[in-house]
Design a protein around this ligand. Structure first.
Ligand code: PEP
Ligand code: MG
Length: 566
């Protein structure tokens, strides 16, 4: 059994198809006829865009319109004015088209890869995909054909790009294994949407696996078995049947209100990173958006998006949601999320550093631009503003004062916005948990960010595997923090939601019901599962479980007990 990162749940049993990369080698040479070379480059780019559009169409049919946009994003990369301009300059200086284009792509890949952040590193994978596509055309090397893969194929590749996934026939592919990538890779997102079990970051799989070899992919546990024996085949066939049955069962919860066994109704919304994900939230039956992580809009650009650009994106999400809630979180950069063009200084301790609301309050123009864009979008739906990483009352007051100032500005201009727009905060630092009573008086709502709250409470980095044994929202300290935040919110009469990953954890759900959470914000594919979990609990039973849990002293005691009741 080989371990990797499970990025798309489910069990696939089939035969390996190794997706070998074709050689894109060439000898860089000097060109004399630079005009002809430029025309050759332009031709390759045009063909690339045409092919990509066709692939996007195919993907639209197999995965949906939103996923097709990932492919269309490749067209924006190849048409980026800066990239194109620099390639033109290099060609005019006598560099061959292959080298000119490759040098520019490598520059982008290097910058994005150095960020250390999953989403920005994903941009590097997209540029690599585009580079391979255009170089293949310039060199006359044909693309790998995945559309001919036979039924029950497990695709095995060093890196599987969105354009490769766009080619596949969904019904023939039962699993995906790659050497690189993780949960937030675009291909991982596509695998989840296509419901193909996938395991990524499997070391050396290309040298261990053989073509047509039988294999098992378990995308839930993140493991791969090559040449399984009969016992393993039997075990995983049963597991696959059980999972398929569970998925069919969950469909019963589509279109139903989210309510507990004794009829209390909860809000079940989604976390998104792009406006078009709002449509995905609805496809998965989410009731709105509880967290729009706006930093991804900034990561996709080479400079700060303008007010107009941001307004267009926020409005798009508001319009898609048609009056359902849309909580837009202001820029949350720093920590593990870098945006190269903002030129953030390297810090000794970035998670404790100059980030999120701290950065925004000191970079007024950038903050004003974003808040104006959000306010303007509020005229088109049910929009709220949320500040990240709050640690003290001053930050909330300063942020809200700026919102008020911008409201006056918009009023004076005669620009429309929602006069009653709500302003809330992420409670995701230990400080915010401890002074939740004071913060509650200043805000319209709380949303508990357990991803960071766990890290800051336990003093354990969320990405550091050496301290991952401490990093759990089921730690008694984190549970107390969550309980007191919810209590403080309730006492002050403001709603309290949760948008950290813990909101989708079945073991956490009875505790959250007992503590009095009102909104669960989860990833779109988790919606039906969370709705089902909530429907299993009465307040009385949830209170019994919570009382017992809060009497336990260690994370493992909590976990062991919850396993017996969930
Ligand atoms: C959190 O910290 O729980 C959260 C939802 O925000 P992010 O994961 O973007 O830091
Ligand atoms: Mg956070």
């Amino acid at each position: 059994m080989i371990k990797g990162i499970g990025v798309s749940a489910g069990v696939g049993i089939g035969r390996i198809l190794l997706v070998e990369e074709h050689s894109l080698e060439y000898t860089p040479h000097e060109v004399k006829d630079t005009e002809a070379e430029q025309a050759r480059f332009n031709g390759a780019v045009e063909t690339f865009c045409r092919n990509t559009e066709a692939q996007a169409e195919a993907l639209k049919a197999s995965a949906g319109a939103k996923e097709a946009e990932i492919m269309l994003g490749h067209i924006s990369i190849v048409q980026d004015p800066y990239l194109i301009g620099e390639v033109e300059k290099k060609i005019a200086g006598g560099t061959c088209a292959e080298a000119a284009f490759e040098e520019m792509c490598d520059m982008f890949i290097q910058v994005f890869s150095a960020s250390g952040d999953d989403m920005t590193m994903q941009r590097a994978a997209d540029v690599r995909d585009v580079k391979a596509g255009v170089l293949g055309l310039l060199l006359g090397v044909s693309d790998v054909k995945l559309s001919d893969a036979p039924p029950s194929t497990i695709l095995c590749a060093k890196e599987l790009t969105p354009s490769m996934i766009a080619e596949i026939k969904k019904e023939n592919i039962v699993g995906i294994i790659t050497e690189t990538g993780s949960t937030t890779s675009h291909s991982a997102i596509l695998a989840r949407v296509l419901e193909i079990p996938a395991v990524m970051s499997v070391p050396d799989i290309m040298s261990c696996a053989k073509n047509t070899q039988e294999a098992i992919v378990d995308g839930g546990d993140g493991c791969v078995i090559l040449a399984p024996d009969d016992v393993q085949l039997g075990e995983y066939t049963r597991k696959r049947e059980r999972l398929l049955e569970e998925r069919r069962e969950l469909e019963k919860y589509r279109g139903r209100p989210t309510q507990s066994a004794d009829g209390t109704v909860y809000e079940l919304v989604c976390n998104i990173g792009k406006p078009q994900d709002a449509a995905k939230a609805l496809e998965f039956d989410g009731e709105g958006v509880g967290l729009f992580r706006t930093e991804f809009l900034f990561m996709d650009k080479t400079s700060v998006p303008t007010e107009e650009e941001q307004f267009t994106e926020y409005k798009k999400a508001a319009v898609i949601l048609k009056g359902r809630p849309l909580i837009i979180r202001t820029l949350d950069i720093g920590g593990d999320k870098d945006i190269p063009y903002l030129g953030l200084a390297k810090e000794e301790n970035p998670f404790m550093g100059f980030r999120a609301i701290r950065y925004c309050l000191k970079n007024r123009e950038l903050f004003r631009t974003q808040l104006r864009a959000i306010l303007r979008a509020s005229a088109f739906g049910n929009v709220s503003i949320m500040f990240p990483l709050i640690t003290c009352v001053d930050e909330v007051r300063e942020g809200k004062a700026l919102v008020e100032e911008l409201k006056s500005e918009l009023r004076a201009e005669g620009t429309q916005f929602d006069e009653n727009i709500k302003v809330g905060i992420m409670t995701e630092t230990a400080a915010s948990g401890i002074i939740a009573d004071l913060l509650a008086k200043e805000c319209d709502f709380f949303s508990i960010g357990t991803n960071d709250l766990t890290g800051y409470t336990m003093a354990a980095d969320r990405g550091n595997s050496d301290v991952s044994y401490l990093y759990s929202a089921l730690q008694p300290s984190v549970l107390r923090m969550i309980r007191s935040i919810i209590r403080a919110g309730r006492e002050c009469g403001i709603p309290v939601g949760m948008c950290g990953e813990a909101a989708a954890d079945p073991m956490m759900i009875p505790l959250l019901i007992s503590f009095g959470l009102t909104e669960f914000s989860v990833s779109a594919p988790s919606v039906l599962r969370v709705r089902k979990s909530i429907s299993c609990w009465t307040k009385e039973r949830a209170d019994e479980v919570a009382e017992k849990v809060m009497s336990l002293s260690t994370q493992s005691e909590v976990r062991d007990y919850l396993k017996t009741v969930v």
